[in-house]
Design a protein around this ligand. Structure first.
Ligand code: P6P
Length: 337
């Protein structure tokens, strides 16, 4: 039975006993957690809060923004800009980086986030979430520019997400394993409900958007065909499929019971490496998955090793149970391209 301690106590123990969390990083994580609680309030209001539907604008990705996308982005900016722990922020919903205003003290960290991932699920009451990634400002950098954010995922100081589902759950790593905290609405705080999360190395469950099958590259089709062939096929076992169209919810399932999640490159937009964004979706999820004993590649290379070239660059994603990720990656490498 996991000790029922608060997020604050957990972070202070990590800071005091393991030296994994400097004071500034602990404050940053607590501020992000408070912002997620505020976002959860808006999400849970639904139609009662006039927060559903589109905002009538597009984001830098050319995607229609939902009202809650903008609300969540504003909550994260306002919560984090004054605390003195950040130098700048970057968001899926903003084209450029957001420098902490001069009226506030500057900190050592850079915060990136997808404020509300899975927006297509908002109006149909399906789980959505906030994804965040924390980097340190490069040593000696004077002014902060976009280039300071372009660090490989292996440089992350912390990463996590908050899933707004039947429970509101914060999942966090600071490089010392993965812990899960469930929001206790009566006391208004996140309570530790699981630590040392581990992803089973094998699985019988895959997550991919099957409607894109005709656009997939051959290694992806080979892998999925083998899964669909079931116990009579080369895998010798039957597989189940899940696709929530909310990365946070799919990754949460995988952290909880294993599985493999794939959003691979496909022929629909051949010049794009994939649909998902490297800096604030793939990197934080890859950090969490690896810390839980899983694996995460872009079908050929370890995601955390990729050197970013743009803030909003996209990437192909294969992550989850180690042995399945290695199989999909092997099929791509055997392809030779
Ligand atoms: P599709 C949500 O828009 C998202 O970025 C991820 O959360 C999710 O895994 C994926 O896109 C869903 O994409 O093409 O299935 O709608």
């Amino acid at each position: 039975m996991t000790r029922r301690i608060s997020l604050t106590q957990y972070l202070i123990e990590q800071q005091r006993q393991h030296g994994h969390i400097p004071q500034e990083l602990r404050l940053l994580i607590e501020v992000v957690a408070r912002a997620c609680k505020r976002i959860a309030i808006s999400v849970n209001k639904g139609a009662l809060g006039d927060v559903l539907g589109t905002a009538g604008s597009e984001n830098v990705q050319g995607e229609v923004q939902k009202k809650l996308d903008i609300i969540a982005n504003e909550v994260l900016i306002e919560a984090n800009e004054w605390g003195g722990h950040l130098a700048a922020m970057a968001s899926e919903e903003m084209e450029g980086i957001y420098l902490v205003p001069n009226r506030f003290p500057q900190g050592e960290y850079l915060l990136m986030f997808d404020p509300l991932d899975g927006s297509s699920n908002i109006d149909v009451n399906v789980s959505i979430g906030t994804i965040f990634s924390v980097l340190k400002k490069p040593e000696g950098s004077k002014g902060i520019s976009e280039d300071d954010f372009l660090q490989p995922g292996s440089a992350q100081a912390a990463a996590g997400y908050c899933v707004y589902g039947p429970q509101t759950t914060l999942v966090l790593t600071v490089g010392d394993g993965v812990a899960m905290f469930t929001l206790d609405r009566e006391q208004g705080s996140f309570v530790l409900t699981q630590e040392d999360v581990k992803i089973p190395e094998d699985t019988k469950e895959f997550a991919i958007n099957m409607s894109n099958m005709r656009h997939w590259d051959a290694p992806v089709k080979r892998y999925i065909d083998e899964c669909l062939a079931g116990v009579e096929g080369p895998r010798g076992k039957n597989f189940n499929m899940r696709w929530i169209a909310s990365m946070v919810a799919d990754v949460h399932r995988i952290l909880t019971r294993g599985g493999v999640f794939m959003y691979p490159w496909d022929k629909r937009e051949p010049n794009k490496a994939g649909k998902l964004r490297l800096m604030y979706e793939a990197n934080p999820m890859a950090f969490l998955v690896e810390q839980a004993g899983g694996a995460a590649t872009n079908a050929r290379e370890r995601i955390l090793d990729l050197k970013p070239s743009q803030l909003h660059e996209r990437v192909s994603v294969v992550l989850g149970s180690k042995n399945e990720v290695e199989r999909v990656t092997r099929y791509h490498l055997e392809q030779g391209r």
